[in-house]
Every structure is written in C-alpha cells, then in structure tokens.
Write a protein that binds this ligand. Structure first.
Ligand code: 4AD
Ligand code: MG
Length: 465
C-alpha cells in the first residue's frame, strides 16, 4: 500500500479537515453492516473513541472482508469525511484495506462486550484492548506523568533508590528474598545456618519494601527528593487493596515537620485528581458511566474540600462512641482496619481524613517520638472507598532517641548503620510519606479491585504474564 503517514485516531477525531486522504491503523472492535456496506469500528489505543470505517462490499469483495472481524489488526487508507451517523464527527470511506493480522472468531476471547472483570484478569495479555482497560492504562500513564510534573515544578529531585536491598525499611519482615544460591543444595555454616557469604551479594538480600531510608539520605543532601518505583511485599493479604508488587511515590523533605508534610500530601493528592479530571475526561466519563456513577462527583468533591485532620486518639474515641458494630474490635492501641478508616471517612466526616500521632507500638521504628512517650508523629491519609492511601511521618532525627527505640523493639541496627549515621552528621528535622500508586489509581478510576488498575498484577499464587 502507498505510504501516507499514519494518523492516530485521537488526532483524527480532533480535526475538521474533511476530504483529506488519511491512513489509520488499529484493531477492529466490531464489524457490522449489510450486503452493500460494512461498518468497521476501529480503535488504535490513542483514545477510547473508535473511528468508523465505511467499506463498500462491491469494492473489496465479501471474501476479502471475511477476516476483518473483532480483534483483527488492519491498515486503512481512505477519505476522511463528515459522518452521516450520530455520535461521531467524521468517518473514513475506505479506499484500501490491508490486513496485518486476523483473529479467528472461534478462538479470540474478546468477542462480545460485557465480560466480567474476573474473566478479563485471566486474559491480561488481551484486556488492554477493551474500552475499560484502555481507559485505565491511559490514565495510569497520565497520573505517572503528573506525579513527575508536580515534583519537578516544585524543585524536588527524582532519586532512584535500589530495588535489591539488605535492609527491612518498614521493619515489618514481609520481604521477598533475592538469592542465587542453589535451593536444592544450600551451603551451610558450621552452625547449620544458611551460609549467605556464598550468595551473590555475600549476604542475605531482599526486594525493597520502600525507598524511604535511601530517600532520607537524599533529602539530607538535596533538600527535597522523591522516589517513584516498584516496591514488594510478601504479605499474604488477598484483599482488593493489596498487591505483592506495587508502585510507590515517596517524597522526603528536609526541614519539614508533620504539618508541612500533611499540607504537601493534601496538595499533591488534589493536584493529581484535578489533573485526571482535566486530562482524562473521555476515559473518566466512560468509567463513570459503566462502573461508578458517582466517580466524577467524588473526584470533584475531594478536590474542592479540605481534608479533616485529627489525632489517632480522637479518631478512636469517635469510633468507640459510634455504636457501630465493627468486625474487628476498636480500642486505643489497635491498628485500625480498613472498616474503621472508612467509617471515619464515609460515615462520620464524609470527607478525606488525615489521622496523626499513632501509638508507637503499631508504627515503624523511624517515626519521630512525641513527648508523651506513647505516640509518634505518624500520619495516614484516609480516602473514601479506599481507606489508607498515604502513610508517612515526621522522622526521628535525634540519634539517641532513634537508637534507643530500635534497641527497645529488638531491631538490629547493623544493616542500616548508614541510615543511623545521618543522625550523627548534620542531622535535621525532616518528613515524608508514601503514596500507593495503585490505591490512587483505584480512586481516580472508581475501580473496586486493585488487580484491575495495574497491567499485570502480582498477588499470592499468581504471577502469570
Ligand atoms: O504505609 P506504608 O507501609 O508506608 C511506607 O512504606 C513508608 N516507608 C512511606 C514513607 O513514609 N515514605 O505504605 C505507603 C503506602 C500505603 O499508604 C498504601 O497506599 C501503599 O503504600 N501500600 C500498598 N499498596 C498496594 N499493595 C500493598 N500491599 C501496599 N502496602 C502499602
Ligand atoms: Mg501504612
């Protein structure tokens, strides 16, 4: 076929240059018609909208058009004309059609519309071709870009923190081990322990659960940094909000206290949601119509209202006095469950909530200790339908307090000697937080299951694709 430069469907649908000969390439969503003419709905992923191709049977022949079925990939050259039909501006009168690849209707799994999300998870290699997943993955891209733009515009530096580490940043112990040892013949020490000195790095290593500790090193030099990378947790939590591999955004800022940190978290989230509303309007409109009729309303509500800020102690009091029957008991000292968080957000305050000053026993070792000896300067941002979307804190910057606390909880400080040294050399108050990227994606798409907002989810017993 002649070489006219290909036009993306998103670009084509924006122009009124009717009469021009254009070239489009994409995957057939549907073909319908009668014995005179075929109408092909073509999508190339650049937008949720299809372009209609009008192909005269007489011109192409029935046999030629036979393999142009749902899922086939074709190249069309033709005249872009004003559409006669409703719901679209222009369509293409096909002059030439080239079939790149057919998709046998007997075996191509995406035949009809309205497959269940569960079924689509089993065909993660093809689900990006559906309207729903096209919309979600385009939005994932726009949100990633917005994150970098937000920080770049505000003078934060993107710091690349390691994926393979020898430390447990959260002290939670839910790590995937990284090893090149032969597991069928593990080298042993005299004490019969695994001899990690023979392993690749000469020590035990794991996939990172958070870039925070290295992020803090960056903040102690560059002032304001952020990470945006994959993180891994081997928690066996098969919930709609947990992944074993997820992406996290972690800003870390020198000279910030917890109030600055809360201001940053609130401004950041509102910016990202506004960015989605402004830049993903077609995709959000589709998701609003098909999955969550209150999506747009909820996004606007969060952008336009202040988050409520209160302490954990105040939050627990509200829950205790609510008279509501929770599955998990609530009392001072309890780690709040998603049902408690959502009660505060959805039933009590009816807006996002930032809880602060948690009991030190349920939070990580690095959080700044309050003078009461019981609580730490941690903060969680709680969102409707999601629960915790951000976790963060002001950091303990005092060498003695930090090391004493680590000793108390029986944490071995040796693997993070470098972290502790920053409290010895030019220590400074600082704070930061982690935003779970897929939790954000759940919120902006209105999807209910975290497996549906990442292209290839990793969950217990599932590493397909
Ligand atoms: O609250 P977390 O565990 O905090 C940290 O990792 C800190 N180091 C962050 C920091 O202060 N720099 O995790 C942060 C966020 C959570 O609020 C949640 O949104 C998300 O990461 N998250 C998960 N998302 C999906 N699947 C999981 N298993 C997640 N665990 C945490
Ligand atoms: Mg947390």
């Amino acid at each position: 076929m002649e070489t006219i430069r290909r036009t993306k469907i998103s670009d084509l649908l924006q122009q009124d240059d009717f009469g021009a000969t254009v070239s489009v390439k994409g995957w057939v969503r549907t073909r319908r018609g009668n014995k005179n003419v075929s109408f092909i709905a073509l999508n190339d992923g650049s937008t949720i909208n299809n372009i209609q191709i009008v192909a005269e049977i007489e011109k192409f022949g029935e046999d030629f058009l036979k393999p142009v079925t749902t899922g086939a990939c074709i190249h069309v050259v033709g005249k872009y004309v004003e559409s006669q039909g409703q719901g679209q501006k222009g369509e293409i009168l096909a002059e030439k059609i080239e079939i790149y690849g057919s998709a046998d209707p007997a075996t191509y799994p995406l035949q009809k519309k309205g497959h269940s999300l569960e079924f689509l998870r089993e065909i993660a290699h093809l689900r990006p071709r559906t309207n729903t997943f096209g919309a979600i993955f385009r939005m994932r891209h726009h949100m990633s870009y917005a994150i970098h733009k937000y920080f770049n515009d505000r003078g934060f530096y993107y710091l690349h923190t390691p994926i393979v580490t020898a430390s447990d940043a959260e002290g939670a112990g839910s790590m995937f081990q990284v090893t090149t040892l032969n597991l069928n013949n593990v080298p042993r020490t005299e004490m019969q322990d695994v001899d990690y000195s023979e392993d690749f790095f000469g020590r035990q290593t794991n996939l990172t659960v958070s870039g925070q500790l290295e992020g803090e090193l960056g903040a102690m030099a560059l002032g304001a940094v952020y990470t945006f990378g994959p993180t891994f947790r081997a928690e066996n939590s098969n919930t709609p909000r947990h992944l074993a591999e997820f992406w996290m955004i972690e800003p870390e800022v020198a000279f910030y206290d917890i109030h600055d940190n809360m201001d940053l978290a609130e401004d950041f989230l509102k910016y990202l949601i506004r960015y989605a509303l402004d830049n993903c309007a077609d995709d959000i409109a589709f998701l609003n119509e098909h999955f969550d009729k209150e999506l747009i309303e909820r996004l606007n509500f969060v952008v336009n209202n202040d988050f409520v800020r209160l302490t954990y102690t105040e939050g627990v009091k509200i829950l205790e006095e609510s008279g509501h029957k929770f599955e998990f008991p609530v009392y001072w000292g309890a780690d709040l469950q998603s049902e408690h968080e959502r009660y505060l957000v959805e039933n009590h305050f009816k807006r996002p909530v930032i809880l602060t000053d948690y009991p030190k026993e349920i939070k990580s070792f690095y959080m700044k200790q309050n003078d009461d000896g019981k609580t730490v300067r941690g903060m969680d941002v709680l969102f409707p339908k999601i629960g915790e979307i951000i976790g963060g804190s002001e950091r303990e910057s005092d060498y003695d307090k930090l090391t004493k606390h680590m000793e108390e909880i029986g944490m071995n400080s040796a693997p993070i000697w470098w972290y502790i040294e920053t409290r010895k050399f030019g220590t400074a108050p600082h704070a930061g937080f982690g935003l779970g990227f897929e939790r954000l994606m759940l919120f902006v798409t209105g999807m209910a299951n975290i497996r549906d907002v990442i292209p290839f989810p990793r969950t217990p017993n599932n590493a397909d694709f």
